[in-house]
Design a protein around this ligand. Structure first.
Ligand SMILES: Nc1nc2c(c(=O)[nH]1)N[C@H]1C(S)=C(S)[C@@H](COP(=O)(O)OP(=O)(O)OC[C@H]3O[C@@H](n4cnc5c(=O)[nH]c(N)nc54)[C@H](O)[C@@H]3O)O[C@H]1N2
Ligand SMILES: Nc1nc2c(c(=O)[nH]1)N[C@H]1C(S)=C(S)[C@@H](COP(=O)(O)OP(=O)(O)OC[C@H]3O[C@@H](n4cnc5c(=O)[nH]c(N)nc54)[C@H](O)[C@@H]3O)O[C@H]1N2
Ligand code: SF4
Ligand SMILES: [Mo]
Length: 871
């Protein structure tokens, strides 16, 4: 079959992919060499997309109260319950909580249904947890939510500053693009992050500032810009608020950053003296109780120097989700209208109402995510529809969010996965078509609209999200407004509405696409907005024209504020949270891929060795974290990448993969007062050793059903693996292991050393290993990655827990594409005297495909004796 161009469904880089279905439900995936975001490259997650399209775990039919039903019953129930609730309690008693991963067409219909027809603004999205502070910052400075520059700026910059962005792991293809530019033109890289990340490996300078202190640093930079005569006086003619911003900046105290003065000055010198500077920012900026101010502190510096919207110069917010930008364009946030129009502006509202021919419009903003779930908890919201997001795990104070959903009189969840922490709580479950099965558009971080194209048939009864939403709209009585037969009709309507917005002076105008034929939509190439009669693509603001009523930008007077939650004797540690290289959010898709699961197979907490010592934790112990909101149990990773007093934990584990590893159970629901975005990176916690009576490690060819205080399971090429630990002694391990593996009858081999508390069991059938369990009083010391390869094998020596003498242990997988382990790389480095990432690639292939692991290979090289060369 021929290849079809589409877009990767993960991060906001928006890489083009070429998909070739194999005719049996499978897919071959490669990077699209012609896509302007990635020119053929993909990261580990994009490369492994084919592993995630199988139907295991898919939701294939609608369910009401856990029972399979048909669409007619399910949709009628949803429409009736929404209508009844509105009739009884008014439009604001219903809410939609949606996602930056919806396609623009899905999102458009959801927003139109809620704002124009239900007549409430209670639609908010997980972008509230992600981009809201940037949206607020852009609107305050520019008058609209506009990303001024493009990815080409990374190619053309002389300095790139990464603020609160682990680009190497979270936007890997852009990071590669940056490193390519660096090798061509020597681009300098500065990383501003309290934690040392993979993005620091190539950095010229890493400023490990105190959490939350970014405003103080950028305020100081602003004063240095003036001191060193780098103000762009001509450009400042287009800016209001300069004097006030300078005054406030001068009063702020850069000592709050905790940085060495020499480092601060080195950074300021570099920034001030480099005209072509791009400041990339992400969640270390947005997810803060002063997130909007952090954004504006960065924008202030760019405005003062006129470094905005010029080649190689400008602020660049990298978006998280594949359609975070599209969601902002359709107005999917509770405080936005559509096409970057303002919800509280009567002229804007009337224009949209007229365009939609809508019966009613909300007069005010709706509830933002955290407030929305509070309103669910206190009974104000009586019907909730959650689409394409997993708030039971990803919202702050997630335990309370789960309780709220349970107590909500009526909850609908649209998902592709049958078992998620949120789906489990739904009254009605609606099966959506997944990425490779649906058609529509997404917009990436640099305003590029790309097509997602369906190449696989919809499985079971699954239907596209736009279609489900439109049918509910029709069944609620608005047949004409939701009479869509295909996504192109929705896209055309969206493009036409953007023309209305353009005429009202807004930035988002794609009205040239309003008359696309189906064929043209099918063939649509990546297109950067705006695209209208007056303006096509390119950068914004280089000409000094902004979108405030007076045409000028705003600089804001800002003062640095520390994170809202304060550490103290009870909660002495600051909890930072974020992402790992090979998992996507709540793992519903990436955890289906064994190779992606091999990189980091268990939830963990990075803790400084000094802190670990003070609470009696050694490597591989389990740690219990407690916050005022909840608790979690995680594996300790001792590391000086974090500074004493700070700990870092990844966000990805759930009730499906490690119930005690749900990190948002700990996170306080504190938000930025301007943007409503939660401070997901600065909660306070206590940490103590989790004193398990026993620890276990298991491998199995079939699914595992752990029932103990701590467990974490992941997929392997040969089945499953799991880490286990319990507080209570187990009397009969033989019985317990049979239950764990669901193997009542298999043949068993047992090794037991009662005195030491060691038990090892292997279950066999026809001389093949089905499953094995290793139990000890201390964290189990066995060769995990080797053992994970044994299910299905003869495995005569499995109970030794080690490789045979003639087979080395590969160690944890570093290169996901070729499955190359850390030990294999270290051995090659040592025996082959390898000194460069290229040499490792030549010797083992590691790092030669997607390149996502290259920073880690470089770090291994640096750690070994041959320090000189790295990459
Ligand atoms: N592999 C992978 N990639 C992803 C995703 C994924 O799930 N997995 N998700 C996507 C999504 S939706 C998003 S939003 C992006 C997020 O992309 P990033 O924002 O790059 O990722 P995070 O790991 O959440 O956080 C970035 C960094 O902020 C730092 N930080 C914490 N507090 C502060 C602070 O006060 N100041 C500063 N300057 N830094 C701070 C953290 O230490 C962390 O290294 O990633 C996208 N890409
Ligand atoms: N502590 C802490 N918490 C955080 C963050 C953090 O850094 N720290 N980051 C926040 C950020 S930036 C984000 S973006 C969120 C992400 O958090 P979520 O949005 O909750 O996470 P996902 O796992 O992406 O959830 C997507 C869901 O949609 C389903 N799905 C997949 N495809 C489709 C489809 O086509 N249609 C439908 N209807 N469903 C589909 C998946 O199975 C999954 O259940 O987490 C936030 N939470
Ligand atoms: S960088 Fe990776 S996850 Fe992001 S769009 Fe590209 S391939 Fe997908
Ligand atoms: Mo995000």
């Amino acid at each position: 079959m021929p290849e079809t161009c589409s877009t990767c469904p993960y991060c906001g880089v928006g890489c083009g992919v070429l998909l070739r279905p194999d005719g049996a439900g499978g897919l071959a995936v490669r990077g699209d060499p012609d896509h302007p975001a990635n020119f053929g490259k993909l990261c580990s997650k994009g490369t492994a997309l084919a592993d995630t399209v199988g139907l295991g775990g898919r939701l294939l039919a609608p369910q009401i109260a856990g029972r399979t039903t048909d669409w007619d019953d399910a949709l009628q129930l949803v429409a009736d319950r929404l209508s009844d609730t509105i009739a009884q309690h008014g439009p604001d008693s219903v809410a939609f909580y949606v996602s930056g991963q919806l396609l623009t067409e899905d999102y458009y219909v959801a927003n139109k249904l809620m704002k124009g027809f239900i007549g409430s603004a209670n639609i908010d999205t997980n972008s509230r947890l992600c981009m809201a502070s940037t949206v607020a910052g852009h609107r305050r400075a520019f008058g609209t939510d506009t990303v001024p520059g493009t990815y080409e700026d990374l190619d053309e910059a002389d300095l790139v500053v990464l603020v609160g962005s682990n680009l190497a792991w979270c936007h890997p293809v852009l990071y590669r693009r940056l490193l390519d530019a660096r090798s061509r033109r020597g681009t300098k890289i500065v990383v501003i992050d309290p934690r040392r990340t993979a993005s620091c490996d190539q950095a010229d300078l890493h400023l490990a500032l105190k959490p939350g202190s970014d405003v103080a640093l950028f305020n100081h930079l602003l004063t240095r810009v003036e001191d060193k005569g780098a103000l762009d006086r001509a450009f400042l003619q287009n800016v209001v608020g300069f004097d006030e911003a300078m005054l406030a900046a001068g009063l702020d105290d850069v000592a709050m950053t905790g940085l060495q003065p020499a480092d601060i000055e080195a950074f300021c010198d570099l920034w001030v003296s480099t005209k072509r500077v791009v400041t990339v920012f992400s969640q270390g900026v947005n997810q803060s109780s002063s997130g909007s101010d952090k954004v504006n502190a960065i924008l202030n510096c760019h405005l003062a120097t006129g470094r905005v919207g010029k080649p190689g110069a400008g602020p660049l917010s990298v978006t998280g989700q594949p359609n975070a930008m599209g969601g902002r364009e359709v107005g999917g946030l509770a405080n936005m209208l559509a096409c970057h129009l303002d919800i509280e502006n009567a002229e804007h509202s009337a224009a949209v109402q007229g365009f939609w021919n809508a019966p009613t419009m909300p007069g005010a903003q709706g509830l933002k995510a955290v407030d929305m779930f509070d309103a669910v908890a206190d009974g104000q919201i009586k019907a909730l529809w959650i689409i394409h997001t997993n708030p039971a795990v990803s919202m702050p104070n997630a335990r309370k969010v789960r309780e709220a959903i349970v107590n909500c009189p009526f909850t609908v969840v649209s998902d592709i996965t049958a078992q998620t922490d949120t789906a489990r709580l739904a009254d009605v479950l609606l099966p959506a078509t997944a990425w490779a099965e649906k058609d529509g558009t997404v917009t990436n971080s640099d305003r590029m609209i790309s097509r997602q194209r369906a190449v696989l048939d919809a499985p079971g009864q699954a239907r596209p999200d736009w279609d489900i939403l439109a049918e509910v709209g029709r069944r609620m009585g608005w047949s004409a407004a939701f009479d869509y037969q295909s996504p192109v009709e929705i896209f055309r309507e969206h493009a036409a509405l953007s023309g209305v917005a353009g005429r009202l002076g807004r930035d988002f105008d794609i009205s040239s696409l309003r008359d696309l034929t189906s064929q043209e939509y099918t063939a649509l190439k990546p297109t950067r907005w705006p695209i209208s009669a007056t303006r096509q693509g390119g950068r914004f603001f280089g000409d000094g024209a902004f979108f405030h009523a007076d045409g000028k930008a705003r600089m804001l007077p800002l003062t640095c504020k520390s994170p809202a939650a304060k550490t103290g004797p009870r909660y002495p540690y600051r909890l930072n949270t974020g992402r790992i290289r090979d998992q996507w959010h709540t793992m519903t898709r990436t955890a289906l891929s064994p190779r992606l699961s091999a990189h980091l197979a268990e939830p963990f907490v990075e803790i400084h060795p000094t802190d670990a010592r003070s609470i009696g934790i050694t490597a591989a112990d389990l740690v219990r974290l407690k916050s005022p909101q909840g608790s979690a149990i995680l594996r300790a990773v001792l590391s000086d990448a974090v500074t004493p007093g700070q700990i870092f934990a990844p966000i990805h584990w759930t009730g499906e993969t490690a119930p005690s590893g749900r990190i948002d159970d700990l996170v306080a629901p504190i938000t930025d007062p301007v943007s409503g975005q939660p401070e997901s990176k600065a909660s306070v916690v206590s940490a103590e050793r989790f004193d398990a009576a026993w620890y276990g490690f298991a491998v199995s060819s079939g699914p595992l059903l752990p029932e103990c205080s701590y467990w974490a399971r992941s997929r392997t090429q040969h089945g499953w693996r799991a880490e286990l630990a319990g507080l209570n002694e187990v009397d009969d391990w033989h019985h317990e292991a049979r239950r764990l593996f669901g193997l009542p009858d298999a043949e068993v081999l047992i090794f037991e050393d009662k005195a030491r508390g060691d038990v090892r069991l292997a279950f066999m059938q026809d001389d093949r290993l089905l499953a094995a369990l290793f139990v000890a009083r201390r964290p189990v010391a066995v060769m995990r990655d080797y053992l994970a390869t044994l299910p299905g094998d003869g495995a005569p020596d499995v109970l030794t827990g080690r490789t045979p003498a003639d087979r080395p242990d590969p160690g944890p997988t570093l290169c996901a594409c070729f499955g190359v382990g850390v030990n294999t790389i270290l051995t090659a480095i040592e025996t082959g005297q390898l000194t460069t990432v290229e040499a490792v690639g030549q010797s083992l292939n590691a790092g030669t495909n997607c390149g996502s692991c290259r920073p880690e290979i470089a770090a291994l090289l640096a750690r070994t004796m041959h320090r000189e060369a790295a990459e």
